[in-house]
Write a protein that binds this ligand. Structure first.
Ligand SMILES: [Mg+2]
Length: 240
């Protein structure tokens, strides 16, 4: 039996089901609370989303957001942010975002880009046209801008940012060893975790991107009963 000290999890497609929160999310929280095991969401969502999650889910005390660009923490009544990207790169990104919107006037940044600090996002459903996607990728590469794709967004940023780097930094501060923890994910932007994190689990809907993953989770769940949060709950029930 494992006794994981911290459970890390991606949010979209891993803790959400069909683009929404399902009651099973609360079952996961309740199970983890009964075992006194913290849940740290590690998401590509924005800093303002991190604030939302901490405000509305009292069990959460830390959320890693913007693909590892920042950590939002609650201590007592206060919610604070720690930016893991240099001030220079935050400024450079803001300048580049202006260049981007000039180059692609028909492509809007995601509405939640307003609440972003260390990255920007474009809704994938605005990029149905494969030609645009190709041009955008070329433009980002030409400007030395990093990018990644989640279930919902194409995110781009300046500097060295990854979910794994942020989780390692967080664990170092917590004086907790990586091999005592667990990570759940489902998509391309979880690859840094799949590549380097000791215990990683892919929920079964990862099958839609599995051929595009250079690095795969150490455990891959299968079957409709293990889609997203259902897979997370089933795995935790067996292994926590
Ligand atoms: Mg996801």
């Amino acid at each position: 039996m494992n006794n994981f000290k911290i459970v890390f999890s991606d949010f979209d497609g891993t803790l959400t089901y069909k683009e929404g929160l399902n009651p099973v999310f609360f079952d996961i929280i309740n199970l983890l609370a009964s075992k006194k095991t913290p849940l740290v969401i590690v998401t590509g969502r924005s800093l303002s989303w991190g604030h939302f999650l901490l405000t509305h889910f009292p069990y959460l005390t830390d959320v890693i957001v913007e693909g590892g660009g920042a950590i939002v923490t609650r201590s007592g009544k206060f919610i604070t942010e720690e930016c893991l990207v240099s001030h220079e790169n935050v400024l450079r990104l803001a300048e580049f975002a202006n260049e981007f919107t000039t180059e692609f006037p028909k492509i809007k940044l995601s509405v939640d880009s307003f609440g972003r600090k260390t990255d920007r996002a474009i809704e994938l459903h605005d990029l149905q046209d494969g030609v645009y996607f190709h041009h955008i990728e070329e433009f980002l590469r030409a400007h030395n801008i990093n990018f990644s794709t989640s279930n919902v967004h194409l995110n781009f940023w300046c500097g060295k940012v990854s979910k794994y780097l942020a989780v390692s930094y967080f664990l170092n501060n917590q004086k907790t060893l990586e091999n005592e923890c667990l990570f759940f994910g489902d998509s391309l932007n979880d690859q840094a975790m799949f590549k380097s994190f000791y215990n990683s689990v892919g929920v079964s809907n990862i099958s839609s991107v599995i051929d595009r993953l250079e690095f795969k989770p150490t455990t891959i769940l299968t079957g409709d009963e293990n889609i997203g949060p259902f897979g997370v709950l089933n795995y935790l029930k067996k292994n926590l």
